[in-house]
Design a protein around this ligand. Structure first.
Ligand code: TRP
Length: 358
């Protein structure tokens, strides 16, 4: 079981995926998939989505197919990556029950991601137990697959940390090395850790309405880019401008290559030259935005093409999800069984237990 090359990650199916998801984690998943060195599972985390959408399961149901289309559109490949739906995997319900005895309420309340999310959802006065517990459930997701690596955005680091603590407690209390302590895999480029929204807000997020979605049409993308926040002090073309906190330049940083300059903006060799010009003044926002639009459109073109292809093959997506989920049930049942053996609650397979009844 201790293969040490297993990757598990996932997303809540509450909406379509956007550029922030892409640079924060999706890109890495495709890269890791293509190395051929790992066994990668990608989970549609509908149980977790229900922890703050209990009254709206319809939204979650509808988004499962959307998210599958996003996954395949960016190049995750069902022949190389296993896709699964969280709620269909029994081990993911059973393990949290055991793990929750190893975590204090105070520790959950200190989890920075949970803290922030509680605020965002106005849960301060009436916090659902399920929501509070979701880090434990996430620890189950990761350990049920024996995952060593978890490609996620930086906001998920406290979840990985919490998982590591649960793994340590479990292994210590039950004197075992059964559970594997996971590591997060972050994007290579720090600029992608926290991807800004088109409005300059530090986080691209559906609830803030500042996203460019992977499925946006070229028309919509263009409008969003042309309307992007830049440096508010850069009023006239001659004014010197800031590139550091300027989302247009941050997006360029994430997506541009020198090839793009050759193709669309040959007066500049690279991003440094473009930035220098903007900073000293004399370069207008329009020109930079038009260039960014070319770059993003070029990035999205193959994604759109693949999406169209898969939109015509939805029955296949259903089969892929079903098969991946069935495989995952078996896969995680093996670890679940070992967990039960380790705790000593495998009663009917345990000769020593049966002796009590002789
Ligand atoms: N918490 C993750 C998110 O909000 C989704 C998730 C659920 C996940 N289970 C996971 C991520 C296990 C990594 C590993 O995006």
């Amino acid at each position: 079981m201790n293969e040490n090359n297993v990757i598990l990650t996932g997303d809540r199916p509450t909406g379509s995926l956007h550029l922030g998801h892409y640079v924060g984690s999706l890109k890495k998943r495709v890269e890791l998939q293509e190395t051929g060195k790992y066994k990668q599972f990608v989970m549609i985390a509908d149980i977790q989505a229900l922890t703050d959408n209990a009254d709206n399961p319809k939204k979650i149901r509808e988004n499962i197919m959307e998210i599958m289309l996003d996954y395949l559109a960016i190049g995750l490949d069902p022949n190389k990556t296993t896709f699964l739906i969280q709620s269909q995997i029994p081990a993911l319900y059973e393990l949290p029950m055991f793990y929750s005895n190893l975590v204090t309420v105070a520790r959950l309340q200190r989890n920075p991601t949970v803290k922030q999310e509680i605020k965002l959802r106005n849960f301060e006065k009436s916090l659902p137990v399920g929501f509070m517990n979701y880090p434990i459930s996430q620890a189950a997701d990761i350990t049920a697959f024996g995952a060593k690596y978890v490609p996620v955005g930086i906001d998920q680091l406290p979840m990985i940390e919490q998982t590591r603590e649960i793994v340590n407690s479990f292994n210590r209390v039950y004197k075992t090395d059964l559970l594997i302590s996971p590591e997060a895999i972050l994007p290579d480029d720090e600029i992608c850790y926290r991807f800004v929204g088109t409005d300059g807000n530090t986080k691209m997020s559906k609830s803030l309405g500042n996203c460019i979605y992977l499925k946006d049409s070229s028309e919509i993308v263009k409008n969003k880019i042309m309307g992007m926040f830049t440096d508010p002090k850069h009023l006239k073309v001659e004014d010197p401008g800031d590139t550091q906190n300027n989302p247009v330049f941050i997006y360029l940083e994430a997506f541009v290559t020198d090839e793009h300059f050759k193709k669309y903006l040959p007066e500049y060799k690279n991003l440094n030259e473009l930035k220098a010009h903007y900073e000293r003044g004399g370069l207008g926002d329009m020109k930079v935005k038009k260039f960014l639009n070319e770059v993003v459109q070029e990035f999205l073109a193959p994604i759109r093409e693949r999406r169209e292809k898969y939109e015509k093959a939805k029955p296949e997506l259903f089969a892929v999800l079903k098969k991946g989920t069935e495989y995952s049930i078996e896969y995680t049942n093996k670890i679940l069984k070992e967990v039960k053996n380790t705790i000593g609650i495998n009663y009917f397979e345990d000769m020593k237990f049966q002796q009590f009844f002789h």
